[in-house]
Design a protein around this ligand. Structure first.
Ligand code: FUB
Length: 459
């Protein structure tokens, strides 16, 4: 891509920003899925056989900007992609409050976005505070569109927000007949038709009736499956948001309230926000919580768990997990603190360093016999020879690593020397499994042992 001097200054800045910011950092698997920055309101889309993630980008309010310290603060959007839901590439900033002409660049209000493809173009919809009042005299939230030729950009923002919308959390559905609909929230959830150009409304926005009348509703996400339309949204039924849905026979309803997709956050994140995709024959729910910021729930992180439909088309409630989805390579770092099952009385999870949450977590095995299981580890077909465990134990201890839970085959036993420092301890394998197995780590004997990660090596 060439930056030419003849380009509009805003477009030029947007392109330069995009080109400068393309990063190909790979994150690890498990929940949260992005492990070096906050990513809220995760919109997932499948484009060209890959999964693209368009989250909003929570940050702490920068000092000296006259911003509330206790509120959402978002200046830009990144896009991420993955071929396996396990390894994620950050393609960098695609839209920033400083490069959209109509956005108040002091507002840090780039909330939940969406992105959709039509005729080979990618339309990125985003809410933000306007810098001028509209014809109705209102500033507040508008919804803008930025357009690209590729899912990862570069995106060129339109000079004006979509006329006729005052709201947040855009979501766009293109129905089977090609008609596009935009959904958004502002107290109610609204729907309107979009014109063929995807940039203008083709009908008056209408509030969708028959949804809960008490408690905040926001974040609509509509998906069609087998001729049924699912209107999903976060709603405060009790004290904080949970994910609910209504079903209907058309993109504009009527929708009938049907159930709860995910209960309120077990770690008390006030907001929730969702999107669904079907990828390689499995449905997945993307959502967020505040695992990396337990004391401030406006710094959130994206997660994925599998989602299943019942035979009547209703959705089975999803329980959030730390393990998340996808298969982990035995030769990569397996974070046992992102367990699929755990001996809750004997294994505890904590940050490695509470002032550096993105360093991740450790699992502490308190006494002999306690265990944690991590599912779906791929040992491949090659013989593996060594296990390496990053661990620490003041008194020393022996960890047993085996396949398939309590009945499994012992792969190795790792003798951890007594000491105060973190060490990488290696141990020869007794058995090298082949293919995909669940892995169990058990403290066989000794004192308390802390584990950061483990992996297997061919040498
Ligand atoms: O991220 C800011 C707001 O919080 C979103 O727009 C809402 O859906 C909620 O997640």
């Amino acid at each position: 891509m060439k930056i030419s001097n003849k380009m509009e200054p805003k477009i030029k800045t947007t392109l330069s920003l995009f080109l400068l910011s393309v990063i190909t950092l790979s994150s690890l698997a498990q929940n949260p899925i992005i492990r070096d920055q906050f990513t809220a309101d995760p919109t997932a889309r499948v484009f060209n056989g890959k999964v693209y993630l368009y989250p909003s980008h929570d940050i702490l309010a920068p000092p000296g900007k006259n911003l509330r310290k206790d509120w959402f603060c978002m200046a830009d959007y990144h896009v991420f992609s993955s071929e396996n839901l396990t390894d994620w590439t950050d393609h960098g900033v695609i839209v920033s409050q400083n490069t959209v002409t109509w956005v108040d660049s002091t507002s840090y209000s780039m909330w939940a976005p969406d992105c959709i493809e039509k005729n080979g173009k990618y339309y990125f919809y985003f809410p933000a505070n306007k810098n001028t009042a509209g014809p109705n005299g209102r500033k507040g939230f508008g919804i803008g569109v930025a357009v690209a030729d590729k899912p990862e950009g570069p995106y060129i923002p339109q000079p004006e927000p979509i006329k006729g919308i005052f709201g947040i959390d855009p979501n766009v559905l293109i129905d089977k007949d090609g008609q596009a609909y935009i959904y958004y929230s502002m107290g109610n959830i609204f729907v309107a038709k979009l014109k063929e150009n995807m940039l203008e409304l083709d009908s008056e926005p209408k509030a969708i009736p028959d949804l809960p009348s008490k408690g905040l509703k926001e974040g609509p996400w509509v998906v069609e499956r087998n001729g049924m339309y699912y209107l999903t949204f976060p709603h405060v039924e009790n004290k904080i948001e949970r994910l609910e849905y209504a079903m209907g026979n058309s993109p504009v309803g009527p929708f009938k309230m049907t159930g709860v997709i995910m209960d309120e956050s077990p770690i008390n994140c006030w907001t929730s926000h969702q999107s669904f995709i079907e990828f390689k024959g499995q449905w997945y729910l993307f959502y967020h919580q505040n695992a990396y910021s337990p004391k401030f729930d406006k710094n959130r992180s994206s997660c994925i768990d599998s989602l299943f439909f019942n035979s009547d088309g209703t959705i089975r409630k999803v329980t959030p997990t730390w393990r998340g989805v996808g298969i982990s390579a035995a030769t990569g770092k397996i974070e046992i603190d992102r367990y699929s099952r755990i001996d809750e009385k004997g294994v505890s999870i904590a940050f490695l360093d509470s002032v550096k949450p993105f360093d991740g977590w450790k699992a502490t095995f308190s006494s002999p016999g306690v265990w944690a299981t991590y599912n779906s580890v791929d040992f491949g077909r090659k013989k593996l020879k060594t296990a390496e465990v990053k661990c620490r134990s003041e008194k020393g201890g022996t960890l047993q690593i085996r396949t398939n839970g309590m009945e499994g085959v012992v792969i190795t036993e790792v003798n951890i020397p007594a000491g105060k420092e973190w060490n990488s301890v290696a141990s020869r394998l007794i058995k090298s499994p082949k293919g995909v197995h669940n892995l169990t780590v058990m403290l066989k004997e000794g004192g308390m042992v802390e584990v950061d990660w483990l992996r297997f090596k061919v040498r």
